[in-house]
Design a protein around this ligand. Sequence first.
Ligand code: NAD
Length: 375
Amino acid sequence: MKIFAPKETDPAETRASLDPAAVKKLVSLGAEVIIESCIGEHCDHPDLAYTAAGATITTDRSGALGSADLITRVRKPSLDEISLLKAGAIHISFLDPFNQMDLITRFAGQKVSAISLEMIPRTTLAQKMDAISSQANLSGYVAVIVAANSMNTIFPMMMTPAGTISPTKVFVLGIGVAGLQAIATAKRLGARVTAFDVRPEALEQAESLGAKALRVDLGETGATDQGYAKELTPEQLEKQIKAQAKVCAQSDIVITTAKVFGRKPPILIKKDVVDSMQYGSVIVDLAAENGGNVEGIISGKETVTANGVKLIGLANFEGRVSKHATQVLAANFSNMIEHFWDKEAAVFKINPADEILKGCLITHDGAIVHERFKS
Ligand code: NAD
């Protein structure tokens, strides 16, 4: 089976879908791995490292796309590049499927089996291929480092002969994978951390990391069978926004990570709350790429409000630690391929009835097969 990993085309993307370690694993399975030249230029993997691991390097992107049996890539492809793929090929990447009906339709028309990394079930069996988690974990870390770099103060409390420096106060909003890592990183640096999530079990996890949980009685909040939070009612949202306003005003750093699966992230920090924060404080919005949790945030940009609050909405936070982000993402890819590898035939075998594939296989055999996108 011929596996091709093209170079990412989005200028903001620094990660690669495969690293040399993943190539080595795939070659040991019996796959032929082809890598587009310079795929690892932004994550410290030269072409030579890929060839040493057993890959072939190509500069013929279109030719390789047209002949590959399986394509791995980080970001979704363009419609034009889908047209180059051969019928029966398998394509694995982030797809943003809820917002990409054109792409899904084109995959089906081209008879390509498209697997969406976002849709991999959050189950124990699929954990090793859970790219959302592997990347969110790093983005939570980066959010704190970016915030720390933007502050003119330090994180830990220091008692010195010249007086006491108070610890930085960090508020983490949304305690999923990214939020938990943000809490752990801020605590390690010595900050005083408060955290909030609509899922009560997440508050307990935050407390176990040494954060103070903000408890707000919102009534029944609920979660999906995958453990995702459900969208709040407008009344619940209003109550939450009011309850957390004081914590925001007293915080030096606010990190927002709140997402609702398949929907736009909720706006949780409105302009009046931003205006109430101290001069020099920082808000990092990890949901910015999809619209953000903060009123006025701009994806891919750092802005400063009239009252001196820095709003950081940089996109692709995990891409700032591209070598490690690539390491774990490439491991997700190679784990998935290994999991579905038919040793005798040396191919990735698709069984649409498989529990994991039922969750993440969007198109197959010329049709949209995923329940959520069929209609
Ligand atoms: P996510 O990125 O979709 O959302 C981030 C957080 O935002 C979540 O904790 C969510 O509860 C929270 N949120 C939503 N609306 C909010 C609001 N109004 N205010 C504050 N917070 C709000 O979540 P994620 O990090 O991808 O994790 C989703 C779930 O999946 C979690 O329960 C997590 O524990 C679970 N999970 C399971 C596995 C596994 O079993 N293999 C792996 C990873 C994650």
